[in-house]
Every structure is written in C-alpha cells, then in structure tokens.
Design a protein around this ligand. Structure first.
Ligand SMILES: Nc1ncnc2c1ncn2[C@@H]1O[C@H](COP(=O)(O)OP(=O)(O)OP(=O)(O)O)[C@@H](O)[C@H]1O
Length: 307
C-alpha cells in the first residue's frame, strides 16, 4: 500500500440556508499516519468528519483520496471503500457476538462472499485482539472492548482514511493506553484522523495535528510546532490562595503550601515574580485559541479571559 494522499480543498459547509458557516473554505492535506484533530466545542470538527465520511455534502469544495474525488452522491461506493469511521456513539447489538456483528457489518459493506467475509472478520478480530472472546455477546464486554469492536467494523474495508471521533472518552487509563497503541498500529500505512478533546491522547500518538476554530484551520503541522507556538509565553505565577487569579488564559492551577500556582499564557512576563516555563502542546493550543503571539510586546490587557 502506498501512502494515501488526502487533499481537502476550499471546503465550505453551511447550515440554516447559509446563516451558519460551519466550515468556511478550509484547505488542507492529511499526511499518512496519525493526525490529531483539535478544536473547541462548535468549531466544526464533527461537520468536517461528516463531510469526509460522505454523510454530509458541502456547499462547495473538494475532498480527494489518492486523486479520487469523493464528494458526490454518485461516489458513495468509493467513499465506502476508502473511508472507515468510528463515530462517538456506535450502536452495537448487545445480543450479538463480536463475530456476528462484524459479519453483519461486512455484509453491509459489500463483502458478499461468505468465505471472504469470514476470513476478513477473523483478520480484524485478530488485529484488535478480540479473537479469544469473538463468540461472546457484546453486552458482556468492557468499554474498551466495545470500542475495539467499533474499530474492527471501521477497518473491515481496509480503509485508506480512518476517522475516529472521541474514542477514549470513558475508558480507564489502561484501556485508553491500549486503544491508543491500537490506533498507532493501524496508522502504519494509512491516515488516521483522531478527533478528541483529550490533548494528551494526541500528544502521545499523533506526529501531526490540525486545529479547527470557528470553521477555519487555525493550525496544521507537526505537533512539536504547536508547542513551540507558546515558547517564551508560558509563566508560573504564585499568589496567596485568597488573591484573585491572574486575568490571563490559564492552563492549570496548582494549590500549594505557599499559595496557588497558576500556569498562564502571556506574551510578556505578567508580573516581576513570574517564572518562565517551557511550553507544552496544551500551552501552544491555548496560545493559539487566544491569539497570543510573542511578537506582541505590549502587556496583555484585562480583556483576556481565563480558561
Ligand atoms: N445541523 C445543523 N444545523 C445548524 N447548525 C449546525 C448543525 N450542525 C452543526 N451546526 C453548527 O455548526 C457549527 C460547527 O458544529 P460542529 O458540531 O461541527 O462542531 P464541533 O467542533 O464538532 O463541536 P463539538 O466539539 O461540540 O462536537 C456550530 O456552530 C454548530 O452549532
């Protein structure tokens, strides 16, 4: 398999007869491997994923995988063959076993030959490490196992582009880790687009990241470059527990014996006693969302909100 080439060009999606521009002319290329998709609530992430999966047609723009354009009703077959999707809420049939459910899904995805279907179901069960429990009813599975059944159905067609929406919500730390490494393995020769609010999931697995904000691409590139975005703008400020919090975007707050330490983002030192800290991806994301840049030499005004 050669590396997929996913190209999105000038994509616009509107709702309410054009009143809401959920995506406003976005263009990007998704590289092979894992790509994180970040953005605040209402930014346009779900809309973007719905367009990629063919559920929603855009007002204008193109999506092409390996040169094949996918956005038209007549291209449904190509979309089905090219894209795999694990939505946030995948309806599983609790009384079916994983093997039965996947057999049914494979049939829906057009694998009509029974032997080919059985072989593919065995293969994906193996990939997601569920072969041992394949004949047990899904209702007895843990959250992580159910999520792995979800991934198994999404890769039945060996998709070039796999889209995964908030997959680790509600999983315990061990299941989260296991699920993350499964995704990383699957991303060997395809593009996996991982949408999540959990920045750490992206930091641990995605070399590249896309940030959507209010229907626009706010950032696309290497994850390290997102962290660098906040370099020189991260400060630790310690204040008595009873003092007001600094009026700056705040990444975290740590109560301590000598007072409360705030990790804040500001283009200059917010106070003489502020200590500079090295930037993380989360810092870069917050700096981006608040449009704070190092070039600005003026002190941030009181208009900046804490997050
Ligand atoms: N069917 C719809 N009708 C009208 N407006 C919509 C519709 N779907 C989405 N929107 C609007 O489009 C914008 C983008 O929504 P979208 O659900 O894509 O955001 P999101 O980034 O996925 O948010 P979240 O993280 O909360 O899921 C929002 O302003 C939302 O209110």
């Amino acid at each position: 398999m050669t590396a997929p080439n996913v190209t999105i060009n000038d994509l616009t999606v509107t709702f309410r007869r054009g009143e809401v521009r959920a995506l406003d002319g976005i263009s990007l290329r998704l590289p092979v491997g894992m790509v994180g998709l970040l953005g605040p609530n209402g930014a346009g992430k779900t809309t973007f994923m719905r367009v990629l999966t063919g559920v929603l047609l855009p007002a204008s723009g193109t999506v092409a995988v390996d040169g094949t354009e996918l956005l038209s009703r007549s291209r449904r077959r190509e979309v089905k063959a090219t894209i795999g999707y694990l939505p946030q809420e995948l309806g599983l049939y609790p009384d079916l076993s994983a093997a039965q459910f996947l057999d049914y899904m494979a049939l829906l995805k057009g694998i009509t030959d029974r032997r080919a279907r059985r072989a593919r179901v065995q293969e994906v069960l193996e990939l997601v490490s569920l072969s041992d429990v394949a004949n047990r009813k899904v209702k007895g599975y843990s959250g992580g196992m159910k999520r792995r059944v979800g991934i198994a159905q999404a890769i039945l067609n060996d998709p070039r582009l796999l889209i995964v929406d908030e997959p680790t919500v509600g999983l315990d730390p061990e299941e989260r880790l296991r699920f993350r490494s499964l995704l990383a393995r699957l991303a060997g020769d395809r593009t996996v687009l991982l949408s999540t609010h959990i920045v750490d999931d992206i930091v641990q697995t995605c070399p590249n990241v896309v940030v959507i904000e209010r229907g626009h691409i706010a950032f696309q590139g290497a994850i390290g470059d997102l962290a660098t975005r906040a370099e020189g703008m991260v400060w630790h400020v310690t204040r008595p527990a009873t003092a007001p919090a600094p009026a700056l975007p705040t990444v975290n707050v740590v109560p301590g014996i000598t007072g409360t330490t705030y990790r804040v983002i500001g283009s200059g030192a917010p106070a003489p006693d502020a200590e500079s800290a090295s930037a993380t991806v989360e810092d870069g994301y917050i700096a981006l969302m608040h449009d704070i840049a190092p070039e600005r030499t003026q002190q941030p005004g009181p208009g900046l909100r804490a997050v």
